[in-house]
Design a protein around this ligand. Structure first.
Ligand code: ATP
Ligand code: MG
Length: 357
């Protein structure tokens, strides 16, 4: 209220978008090895966003009368934050280098005390480390495939494994390093692939027992009493002669050719309750905020396995799983992005910018 007793209209909300965009590095650095060469994996920039995603988020925010600053999360980000001083940041930045890279931008935003959407640095650090997440969740009795980490330093395969097994980089997303070739059926193949991947991805590898059966992903939006768990979305593989059905980088890029999505998935009400309940438990156990997507496999024996969690799920319109789940449930892209921002505003108590229900 102002001194006249009238409600003062809130000033425009200034939202910064922090992001990392896909560049074709070869244009900028002609001497850099070409992507796909033995020293540079084909999916090197898989986790970064296309400019179209950043512009789609910007458009949503501008249509809602926000002032938007695009803040590419490069090494100049601290300067940009000080110059622009956004009221809140819509963060989709993946960060640069290392196991904690997704935490870099949230940590910086906390350092400058700038509110932001999504999970904080601790959650993002933990969730990017698949083995650590599995270890934490096992204390909550969440079932996850048996696994073992082979460290970069160790660089040798020791111990016993159950085959078939899947070999994946321990700290990646977007199916980076995961294809049908990630399945190994004996120790010799395992050894060869682990050593090859350690050298290619320069990080620890997680070897997990392969879980056959059906694949699902569950989206969550909101916090506390406002939490909304979407019904599970099933990813059905279209090529029945493919023995392992891996939701690989190649499949994700050409999803129309390889998979069909169904949401709500055709499962029993009991299984749906188990899956959504487990997803919510995981979201809360890891102190996620605003939104996240959790991947599961349901074995032919009917056992539900947690595969991994994405507290910074992709938001590419018409491509990423999370916007697809929202769309299936009558929430268009615009509403999804706006709801993520609204969840964060509520958390920070930024009342004057919160829509009335
Ligand atoms: N233990 C497993 N058993 C069977 N399939 C698996 C297993 N682990 C991973 N997969 C397959 O590989 C895909 C990618 O694995 P995962 O979700 O761990 O990778 P990601 O890169 O973190 O994915 P995202 O794009 O969701 O971030 C899964 O969707 C699933 O199809
Ligand atoms: Mg996944």
């Amino acid at each position: 209220m102002d001194d006249t007793g009238m409600n003062e209209p809130p000033r425009l909300l200034h939202v910064g978008i922090t992001y990392n965009v896909k560049h074709n590095k070869r244009d900028e650095e002609p001497n850099r090895p070409s992507i796909g060469s033995p020293s540079e994996p084909l999916d090197n920039e898989a986790e970064y966003d296309d400019m179209t995603t950043i512009m789609a988020i910007k458009e949503v925010l501008e249509r809602r009368n926000c002032r938007v600053s695009l803040l590419e999360a490069d090494q100049e980000l601290p300067v940009k934050l000080v110059e622009h001083k956004p009221d809140i940041v819509f963060n989709i930045a993946e960060g640069f280098y290392g196991r904690g890279r997704e935490a870099q931008v949230p940590a910086l935003l906390n350092f400058y005390r700038i509110p932001y959407t999504g999970s904080d640095e601790t959650t993002l650090c933990i969730a990017l480390d698949k083995a650590l997440t599995k270890r934490i969740l096992s204390t909550y009795r969440i079932k996850t495939p048996k696994g073992q980490v082979i460290t970069k330093e160790q660089n040798r395969v020791a111990g016993t494994f159950r085959f078939p097994a899947i070999v994946k980089p321990n700290a990646e997303g977007s199916s980076k390093g995961i294809s049908d070739a990630a399945i190994v059926t004996n120790r010799k193949e395992l050894k060869k692939l682990v050593l090859q991947d350690i050298s290619l991805y320069q990080q620890d590898m997680l070897v997990e027992e392969y879980i056959g059966g059906r694949e699902f992903t569950v989206g969550i939006l909101g916090n506390g009493k406002d939490i909304h768990v979407f019904p599970p979305m099933e990813i059905t593989y279209l090529h029945p002669n493919n023995p392992y059905n891996i939701y690989s980088y190649q499949v994700k890029q050409n999803y129309k050719e390889f998979v069909r999505y169904e949401c709500p998935a055709r499962i029993s009400p009991e299984m749906e309750a188990e899956m959504t309940g487990t997803a919510k438990k995981i979201f809360e156990a890891l102190s996620c905020r605003d939104f996240a997507r959790i991947d599961f496999r349901l074995s032919p024996e009917g056992e539900l396995y947690f595969i991994e969690i994405n507290p910074l799920p992709g938001l590419a319109p018409g491509y990423s799983d999370f916007p697809m789940i929202a769309e299936f449930n009558g929430m268009d892209y615009h509403s999804l992005v706006w709801n993520v921002l609204q969840s964060a505003l509520k958390r920070y108590g930024m009342q004057s910018y919160i829509d009335e229900d």
